[in-house]
Design a protein around this ligand. Structure first.
Ligand code: AQP
Length: 332
């Protein structure tokens, strides 16, 4: 059985980018594998977040994962801060990773923008903690969206350097599993930016908790252009907003972009937005409804997360203790 690891930051409410780019794959990969799925609350601290909201959002996103089909009887589902092995290994990786490697991370550059001097050092070393999240389990497959591919490459560089520096064959190679067609769902307001929880505009995304009216309103206001839907994908190259809406529809209906274009070419976007709204309401509202039912019982959510943390620690503790022994630390 292949051990899988992936995580989501409870920095807001999971949206359809998280769902189509990652969570849907997490659900599909449960069968026949050993999945470890984590609410990465320590990563969420890399930018300031209201403590009460962080706790609420951790539980809400856990409820959303359950509603999407993560089965805690099979998958290990837990919150990162509950398993201390992650931070112990992350410190070792802070000492293995090179400053230059981290300086090249595009997500850091995007999030820090022009204000580098004022961002937290946590934001800078975030990829080292992410490498620790995965390698503390010796996980080899990581279902993620395209934006995380560079971080997985860095995790492999860390794994190789650790093995080389200490003359061991201890950490494995990691393979990102990126769902090609939905690797990057874009903002509804700007086709050049990815859909993101931390975008200040709620109109830029469809949250998995949005109700039918909210979805309809956001899709009505989604940026498009005045051209009709073309008959081939090549004609979408300079129309990022149009391509994004067609891609979302294709992903939700399980058909190719070419098939969507064949069926709807010549239509204007106001008509297409109506059928896109229908399929979003059909697929997303039941997830939000189920999540609300799970979220209504926070004690049960906490029980699931704590049980998951116990199982996660059983795997990660011996691996991280061995890494500590390899680098020369006395056993704790
Ligand atoms: N727009 C997206 N399209 C496809 N996949 C996406 N993912 C995120 N946004 C998109 C994938 O979702 C998983 C969980 O993401 P995350 O919470 O760890 O952080 P992120 O990638 O930084 O996502 P957000 O929504 O943009 O969060 P914030 O705003 O908090 O930074 C990952 O596998 C990610 O690739």
């Amino acid at each position: 059985m292949t051990r899988i690891f992936s995580g989501i930051q409870p920095t807001g409410v999971a949206h359809i980018g998280n769902y189509l780019g990652a969570i849907r794959n997490w659900v599909a990969m449960q069968d026949g594998n050993e999945p470890v799925y984590c609410l990465v609350d320590l990563h969420a601290l890399t930018v300031w977040v209201n403590p009460v909201e962080l706790r609420d959002q951790t539980r809400l996103n856990a409820a959303l994962l359950l509603a999407c089909g993560i089965d805690p009887r099979h998958s290990i589902l837990f919150h990162q801060s509950a398993v201390h092995a992650h931070v112990r290994l992350a410190w070792i990786f802070n000492c293995v990773a090179r400053f230059g490697w981290l300086s090249r991370m595009t997500q850091f550059k995007d999030k820090a923008g022009k204000d580098r001097e004022n961002v937290s050092t946590g934001l800078f070393v975030y990829p080292n903690l992410m490498a620790a999240d995965i390698l503390a389990y010796h996980a080899t497959e990581v279902p993620v969206g395209e934006d995380q591919r560079q971080h997985i490459e860095l995790a492999n560089d860390i794994s190789l350097k650790f093995n080389h520096d200490y003359g061991v064959d201890f950490f494995p190679q990691i393979f990102p599993r990126v769902a090609k067609s939905t690797a990057r769902i874009m903002s509804l307001r700007d086709g050049a930016r990815k859909m993101s929880k931390s975008d200040l505009s709620d109109q830029s995304r469809i949250n998995l908790t949005d109700d039918a009216d909210t979805i309809a309103q956001k899709i009505r206001r989604a940026k498009t252009d005045s051209e009709p839907i073309p008959d081939c994908a090549g004609s979408l190259d300079n129309r990022p907003e149009a391509r994004n809406l067609i891609g979302i529809y294709a992903a939700l209906s399980g058909v190719s972009t070419d098939d969507v274009l064949r069926e709807h070419s010549g239509k204007g976007f106001s008509a297409f937005k109506e059928i896109l709204t229908d399929i979003l309401v059909d697929r997303i509202v039941p997830i939000g409804d189920a999540a609300k039912r799970y979220a209504a019982d926070p004690i049960e959510i906490d029980r699931i997360l704590h049980a998951g943390a116990g199982r996660a620690a059983t795997i990660a503790e011996p691996i991280v203790s061995e890494a500590e022994r390899i680098v020369g630390l006395l056993s704790s």
